[in-house]
Design a protein around this ligand. Structure first.
Ligand code: FES
Length: 134
């Protein structure tokens, strides 16, 4: 059986508490084909949550302005297109056109101070990483 890999995507300390940041990663499909995999990572105190950055309503990225993922209260994720809002801890849409649907969760782990994606085959590339700027 193949060992489960963990890919560090940023330092835990790179995301302030109660903030969300998007990453444009690439994964390998089962047949080895690379495919873009945009995700959003939210830090809340010592917890991290991650979802595929794709609204269940129209399949668009949630952040219409880069890294603007949270609603005005900063307590839910919000899609910039039609304003659906999602619980941070579950990804469930609680208001808006896709109410009742859920963001696709991703498995994250914090290892040695790094936030890591687990259970996926990522394309490793020095150019891949956070898009939060320098
Ligand atoms: S595309 Fe996200 S709420 Fe419509």
């Amino acid at each position: 059986m193949e060992a489960i890999s963990a890919y560090a995507i940023c330092r835990f300390s790179d995301i302030p508490s109660q903030r969300a940041i998007g990453f444009h990663l690439m994964i390998l499909d089962e047949d080895g084909t690379p495919r873009p995999w945009p995700i959003v990572v939210i830090r809340w105190g010592k917890q991290v949550f991650g979802y595929v950055n794709r609204c269940p309503h129209n399949g668009v990225n949630l952040d219409w302005e880069r890294n603007q993922f949270l609603d005005t209260n900063g307590t839910r994720l919000m899609c910039g297109k039609h304003g659906s809002t999602f619980e941070l801890g579950t990804g469930a849409c609680v208001d808006g056109p896709c109410k009742g649907q859920t963001l696709t969760p991703i498995a994250l782990a914090v290892l040695d101070g790094d936030i890591c994606v687990t259970g996926m085959r990522l394309v490793e590339d020095d150019g891949v990483g956070g898009d939060e700027g320098a």
